[in-house]
Design a protein around this ligand. Sequence first.
Ligand code: ADP
Length: 609
Amino acid sequence: MHHIRRIFRYLRYYPRELAGTVIFNILHIVFNLSSYILVIPFIELLFGMSQPPAAEPALSMNQHAMTDWMLWHLYQLKDMWGLWRCLLTASAAYLACSLLSNLCRYLGYYFVGPIRQGMIQHLRDDIYHKITILPVSYFNSQRRGDLLSRMSNDLFDIEWSIVTSLLSIAKDPANILLFTGTLVFISPRLFLYFLLILPPSVFLIVQIGKSLKRNSAKGQQKLGGLFAFIEENLSNIRVIKSFGREREQSRRFRDANADYTRTMVRVAGRRELSAPLSEVLGTIGMVGILILGGTMVIQGEMLSSVFIFFIIIFARLIPPIQSLVRAYNNLQKGNASAERFFELLDADETIVETPDAKVLDSFARAIEYDDVSFSYQRDGERIPVLEHISCTIDKGRTIAIVGPSGAGKTTLVDLLPRFYDPDRGEIRIDSIPLHRLNIASLRQQIGLVSQNCILFNDTVARNIAFGHDHYSLEAVRAAAQAAYADSFISGLPDGYNTLIGDRGMILSGGQRQRISIARALLKNPPILILDEATSALDAESEHAVQLALNSLMKGRTSIVIAHRLSTIRNADEIWVMDGGHIAERGTHDSLMLQGGLYRKMVDLQSFAD
Ligand code: ADP
């Protein structure tokens, strides 16, 4: 249960509310108990069942002495006030106790609200923050839908099962202690009998809890799978339709959904078992007490009014026990979700900076890759992608990287903003190794425009100004103009304030790309990475985007991954990558002369054109 303990550690943020809940719940119980004690004088007054003591008894801390003391005073009052007034006074006292008890109960609940919502808010904030700092490699190995499920379903489950148990934990143990104490005080012998049925009950309850935990873990895992399935379907809906796989996908979903339902039905079955079970156990206890206590009353060992009081308190002891059992089961169920949640919260942030990390405020000389090797982790296996790469990019130069797909081009450039760290070797900027640099300042120096431009469901202006807290519309417009995007943006219904829809849905591919180029222009970084920025475009938009790119590249150090070789002819140097190596490097002309892989690729493309 240590995941649950961790969730409860969030309670430390709410000391006042916590104290309020505990105090008011204890007061609730005390007033509640006091109102039950008033049953004794009621019965005695109405039925006059016992003889009052002859003289005023001394008050001491045992049940007989206290009952005698109470009876003596009760009969004194009765003689003084008469039966009617005594009855009215007892009723008024009962009413007052009950009102106070319920007021305290409300206040107890009142303080739980902010704790409950606040804890969930904290957990949500923490997990979102974690998502933003986790390395890119983490998301490669996880299904997005499952991550979403952990952040939504598992968190919801934590709220439902763990945080709602809070009230029970704050109030039931005190309730049970106080009621138990009262029972022991009235009759230790009767209470002993109750203890006999306790061990088998606890055993049964723990067994149910264990089974709940197992099945809940399975359930949450399956729900994560379902979410991942839905997310993949939403992202690939075009492919599914074009291949006519709707029915097949529906069938797969139905199967997985039914499987999840079966697990959850099992969970519900176990959970619902605990209430009737504890009810039966409670009844067995009650029957035994009726027989044993009845005998004691018949034999004159106990007043009947005291026995009735015992039964009432015993009956009141059952609900908090049941509620605590329910809370225990819910905690077991929530533990499974908490485990999944913390797995994400504790995921390794493999990309970390050294404590004395330097802030990189400018880029002055060169980027160096020094004997860099890298492999991806897939299913616990290492897949080598880059091997012993050494190269230098001097400031102001444009380097083009070409090569067959899968050669490692994207991986090579992804190492520069530290989306991943190399397995071996070192990358340096101006002779400082990347891991000695403050990550945010490093990324501030780099602009990235890729084939899949990432836009947010927001206005055009805010998409261009993404990453800037304060920006002027003039600056955004200037960037858009340089990116050849101003004219089409002005033609949108609300100009720069037009909402562009999910992932920029209302724009064409070329327009989206020019917006992401404008974004890079506004960021104005000295180093640029263009990863196949034009390859998803038709010839016409490619021309517009190429113009935008030329204006972006002016005066910067650029690394350009290109599929269409005609676009990089003028690069200062071209690197041809193949199988994780740089196989050839040189200018277009020198590589053509060499007649190697580059020449072959150019020939193939001009043939295709
Ligand atoms: P390129 O950009 O030249 O097409 P990449 O750098 O994208 O090549 O990929 C190089 C190799 O690494 C490919 O074989 C690819 O399958 C593999 N790869 C790329 N990304 C990942 C990843 N996130 N996880 C595992 N393998 C990957």
